[in-house]
Design a protein around this ligand. Structure first.
Ligand code: OSB
Ligand code: MG
Length: 368
């Protein structure tokens, strides 16, 4: 297979509501799409999950644009590719920049699956035709607003509720949630807002019967998480500390977590995600697929990876309408009773809505 043409799109889309985490608030998404065309003119698509600013990780949309334009696209354009698994090793000559690498790899995975006439989920080794999903709710100024959202999303059938927490918006919030919803599957994501000095607060969270606490301590840390896991009953789930197979191996060996949030962008692509998946399956560490406020293209990729067998917990891939008035794929992603039906058409299995992409594109570059 040869990629004859690559198009890089810089896309701006406004979310229906602001989304607040311990590191900031986001409403205007600025992200990239990659379209990779083969000799027959078939297109594969990938979405870059960066934000405009490097708040979640060191990558940001403009850094990914540069990585793709300057370094990654020239490595694949017009080159013979037998299988997308080859790309990981090629890209590894450059350090990190995982979200940029993942974007181009995702487009080529989609193209590969389409050229074989196979759904992406199958090409990845997926075994499920439906996947269970939950929803991630941001920090609210007013807890009553959060409680209302939880009621609504629970009524809609979402299989677990994830709430964002930070110091001062934690025990009190979780207590009120549990007072109103004693039995819902509930978890909390701190996005690295605590240190071991907050041990009393972190221990106090054990009383809420959380499915897990996600990334309580510093991004990248494994050692302190291992210390913390020994002192709390609630399973720790790592997000911002896992960027590679090696990170996952070391986290498991150290006992830094009992669960991993898989974000394909964060680990540098689907090939690396599969490797981590297989390791975690062997080590009895369940996975779930995290979200990064994706448009439909990213959602479609997330659905595909979630069909692998060790994705045992509901992920973040909610309906398109969670964030978008109008998504850029057709049909849009619709969660029914907390489940997604994975498409059985080739590749990502959704049509991209070119008109909608055009409307939201602020910059574009064609590579031939
Ligand atoms: O930590 O999981 C996170 C969104 C942006 C950055 C980091 C995170 C998140 C989410 C989003 O929790 C969930 C979603 O896409 O719905
Ligand atoms: Mg997280």
């Amino acid at each position: 297979m040869k990629v004859n043409e690559i198009i890089l799109y810089k896309v701006q889309m406004k979310m229906r509501n602001p989304f607040t985490t311990s590191f900031g608030t986001e409403q205007d998404r600025l992200f990239l799409l990659v379209e990779a065309k083969n000799e027959e003119g078939i297109s594969g698509w990938g979405e870059c999950v960066t934000s405009e600013r490097p708040l979640y990780s060191e990558e940001f949309t403009q850094s990914s644009w540069h990585m793709l334009e300057e370094f990654l696209i020239p490595m694949v354009l017009k080159k013979e590719i037998q299988h997308p698994d080859e790309l990981q090793e090629k890209f590894n000559m450059y350090k990190r920049n995982n979200m940029a690498k993942s974007t181009l790899e995702a487009a080529i995975w989609d193209l590969y699956a389409k050229s074989k006439g196979e759904p992406l989920s199958k090409a990845l080794g997926g075994v499920k035709s439906t996947v269970e999903v939950g929803i991630s709710l941001g920090i609210e100024d007013n807890v009553d607003d959060l409680l209302k959202s939880i009621q609504q999303k629970t009524d809609e059938g979402y299989r677990r509720i994830k709430v964002k927490i930070k110091p001062g918006k934690d025990i009190n919030v979780l207590q009120q949630i549990r007072n109103n919803f004693p039995d819902i599957p509930l978890m909390a994501d701190a996005n690295s807002a605590y240190t071991l000095k907050d041990i009393d607060t972190l221990k106090a969270m054990d009383q809420f019967n959380l499915m897990m606490i996600e990334q309580p301590l510093t991004a990248g840390d494994l050692i302190d998480h291992a210390k913390l896991q020994k002192q709390i009953k609630t399973p720790i789930c790592l997000d911002e500390s896992i960027h590679s197979y090696e990170d996952a191996r070391q986290a498991i060996e150290l006992g830094s977590c009992k669960i991993i949030n898989m974000k394909v962008g964060r680990v540098g692509g689907l090939t690396q995600a599969k490797k981590i998946h297989d390791l975690c399956e062997k080590e009895n560490i369940p996975l779930w697929c995290g979200g990064m406020l994706e448009s439909g293209i990213g959602r479609a990729h997330n659905m595909a990876i979630t069909t692998l067998s060790n994705f045992k917990l509901p992920g973040d891939t909610a309906s398109s309408s969670r964030y978008w008035d109008k998504d850029i794929i057709e049909p849009e992603v619709v969660v029914e009773n907390g489940q997604l039906h994975v498409p059985d058409r080739p590749g990502i299995g959704f049509d991209v809505n070119r008109e909608e992409i055009k409307k939201n594109t602020i910059e574009m570059k064609v590579f031939r």
